[in-house]
Design a binder for this molecule. Structure first.
Ligand SMILES: Nc1ncnc2c1ncn2[C@@H]1O[C@H](COP(=O)(O)OP(=O)(O)OP(=O)(O)O)[C@@H](O)[C@H]1O
Ligand SMILES: [Mg+2]
Length: 319
């Protein structure tokens, strides 16, 4: 009837904290904080020093503890293994047994994502034990009760879209990584992580202009890119545009190859019909329009910046 929950998304660039209340089945967010993630404490999803991270975030963590002691997190790491398998009621037990006994360095779990008669589609996820242990250590130090550790692909699959019809992709462009899921009529079909995000766009711009990263970050945010894939700007604007696009094009090439491979690997698979952009990197001015023109796929982003930044945390909240 009424329950309160905090959600934590410790990204490589920003830590997002959401405090939310569920009243009669409806979610209401009450506090949303974005804090710069302390340097060098997160490495590929792993909390390197839980004690120090807590010290750095103490002020915010103590504030949310007043709200609720229950916490959920999303985990995103290139060391996470996930796959979607098609099985049936008979073989399911065996699949679960194999998964749970696969490798002692990983914690495994599964979720049934669809059922049609005897046929079952199952998401299997293995997360390095050390990542889970470090989160648990962090929660113990912070005196928080861990309710859920959610795999980012699963969190993304739960975010609300304007339309779920057809084959669609959700692309979460973060600071260091881009997480992508493909869904068919709203059901998760595939997940992939790319080690490429907003930080490399900034890095490329800093190099091109011969300036430091902080300055380049400001210029990136102020200017964005032109939506036109061909050269359209003059002077320094054209240098900014070209530098950012040279980095974005690499990410788009990776995305296109991934989408092609997805279609090739299944008989009934169709081309991506729609892309939804989320994450801080998706806020780059005109990125949606540029992707639409480059990949020839209708591309949307959230009208509200905060919605894009908190998309993963929102997903974690949902069942
Ligand atoms: N208005 C904007 N225009 C362009 N880029 C932006 C804007 N606002 C934020 N960014 C970029 O968003 C990125 C951070 O996004 P986000 O907070 O989603 O990352 P993260 O979750 O910390 O990282 P990751 O998911 O890779 O661990 C940074 O690279 C930043 O430059
Ligand atoms: Mg992120």
């Amino acid at each position: 009837m009424f329950s309160k929950m905090n959600v934590l998304d410790i990204g490589s660039c920003n830590t997002k904290i959401l405090c939310s209340k569920r009243v009669f089945g409806r979610q209401k967010n009450e506090i949303a904080n974005i804090i710069k993630t302390p340097e060098s404490l997160i490495y590929d999803g792993l909390i390197c020093e839980p004690k120090y991270l807590y010290k750095e975030l103490q002020k915010y963590i103590n504030k949310i503890k007043d709200y609720s002691e229950k916490i959920a997190v999303s985990v995103s790491s290139s060391q996470t293994k996930s796959k979607i398998i098609k099985t049936n009621k008979k073989s399911m037990e065996e699949e679960v047994y194999k998964l749970k006994n696969a490798n002692s360095n990983y914690i495994s779990d599964y979720k049934i994502i669809s059922k049609q008669g005897e046929n079952i589609s199952m998401l299997q996820v293995c997360i390095p034990k050390i990542i889970i242990e470090n989160y648990i250590e962090f929660f113990n130090i912070a005196n928080l009760k861990c309710q859920k550790i959610d795999f980012i692909g699963n969190a993304l699959s739960k975010i609300k879209l304007a339309s779920n019809e057809g084959t669609t992709a959700i692309v979460d462009i973060g600071g260091r990584n881009t997480n992508v899921i493909i869904q068919k009529d709203g059901t998760l079909e595939d997940y992939r992580m790319f080690a490429h995000g907003g930080a490399s766009m900034t890095g490329r711009l800093a190099e091109a202009l011969g300036i430091d990263i902080n300055e380049a970050e400001k210029i990136k945010i102020k200017n964005g890119i032109s939506p036109n894939p061909r050269r359209a700007l003059k002077g320094e604007l054209s240098i900014i545009d070209a530098a950012l696009k040279s980095d974005i094009d690499m990410l788009l090439q990776e995305l296109q190859s991934y989408f092609n491979l997805y279609v090739m690997m299944g008989r009934e698979r169709k081309d991506i019909e729609q892309i939804t952009l989320v994450g801080g990197g998706s806020l780059l001015r005109n990125l949606d329009e540029y992707i639409m023109r480059k990949l020839s796929v209708p591309t949307f982003r959230y009208p509200n910046d905060n919605e894009a930044i908190f998309a993963v945390t929102e997903g974690v909240l949902r069942r």
